[in-house]
Design a protein around this ligand. Structure first.
Ligand code: HSE
Length: 346
């Protein structure tokens, strides 16, 4: 199978190197903006080109790792029209252009495991295994950069230095305000919500319910710690008064909350289903190799002709959970979540 890459940056280069382990696929071409940038593409590198036409010609599978929304959507439309299978890690395009990307997902021609929590398997889990239960609620640590920033602030480091390090490690988005302001976590929450509960959830319904972690400081985190609390940026889907709610915001969680005990700097998904109970999935949520792992898995699935994850067909009924607006299961209520308000401005 001939595989073409749209983008060969940090994640793209790692995926191109990893794919060289698999003889059934061959990355033949990669679209790059700047041919002069040195890249580490392994022993059998693809031909690099700045011309999308040339890269898309004859590809069986097209992998999009460009970032952004408009340009990747346009190029993937061309790839889809030419009959290619599609793979992408682009949570922003999935969240914001569901009118286009949703049709590919529904037809099973799109793989997007890497879009949420990198190579830690949550997309397949929510779209397949957890379908046997009715969803009650989910709460996730879905942004690796914020996880890393909070970890560093808890250790007493300053915000700017920690952010520079997150950028150096390849965790942060090209525009890191997408991470810090909670938008990236909201994109991922939107993707997960469509897979389990609300197939037509509109990005515009999610966007107003998003707050990020600006305003956190080592002093505030130390003060919370003295009260037995830890701040985390939590993305949630839950039901309240007979309707589904979504939100991304920093919360002060008890130190023994599962989203704290998973360990500093990790991404995690805490899922409550009526039959399965409480499920916790945790691991890396960002980084070149961890994300490339999921891209490779999606390419192998596409090469084998297996369909990608599809949104739930019908909207799930909001759960009637007495006494716990944030979700419960089998009499095992989630710890109350105390919103962490931004500091009062003097
Ligand atoms: N900027 C993202 C994060 C990358 O920090 O989680 C992975 O999606």
């Amino acid at each position: 199978m001939r595989v073409a890459f749209l983008g060969a940056g940090t994640v793209g280069a790692a995926a191109i190197r990893l794919l060289q382990r698999w003889p059934q696929v061959c990355v033949t071409k990669a679209l790059v903006r700047d041919l002069a940038v040195p890249r580490s593409l392994g022993a059998s590198p693809p031909d690099l080109s700045a011309d999308p036409e040339e890269v898309l010609a004859d590809a069986d599978i097209v992998v999009e790792l460009m970032g952004g929304v408009k340009a990747p959507t346009r190029l993937m439309q061309r790839a889809a029209a030419a009959g290619a299978r599609l793979v992408s890690a682009n949570k922003a395009a999935l969240a914001e252009r569901w009118d286009v990307w949703g049709a590919w997902a529904r037809s099973g021609r799109l793989g997007f495991e890497a879009a949420v929590m990198a190579g830690t398997p949550v997309v397949a889990a929510v779209a397949h295994t957890l379908r046997g239960s009715r969803p009650l609620a989910l709460h996730g640590l879905l942004n690796g950069t914020c996880g890393y920033l909070i970890e560093r602030l808890e250790l007493g480091d300053g915000f700017e230095a920690a952010l520079a390090e997150a950028q150096r490690l390849g965790y942060a988005e090209a525009d890191p305000s997408l991470d810090i302001d909670g938008i990236d976590a909201a994109h991922k929450l939107t993707v997960l919500a469509r897979l389990c509960a609300l197939p037509e959830l509109d990005w515009e319904e999610v966007r107003p319910a998003v707050r990020g972690i600006r305003g956190l400081s080592p002093e505030r985190l130390a003060a919370l710690e003295r009260r037995g609390l830890r701040a985390r940026l939590v993305a949630s889907l839950w039901s309240e008064a007979g309707r589904w709610r979504v939100a991304v915001r920093p919360l002060a969680l008890p130190a023994d909350h599962p989203l704290v005990t998973v360990g500093r700097g990790r991404n995690a998904l805490l899922y409550h289903g009526d039959a399965v109970g409480t499920v916790l999935i945790a691991g890396a949520g960002a980084g070149a190799e961890a994300t490339a792992s999921a891209v490779v898995a999606d390419v192998l699935e596409a090469a084998a002709g297996r369909p990608g994850p599809q949104p739930v067909e019908l909207a799930a009924l909001p759960a009637e959970v007495s006494g716990a607006s944030h979700g419960a299961s089998h009499g095992e209520p989630l710890e109350p979540l105390e919103p962490l308000e931004p500091p009062a401005t003097p």
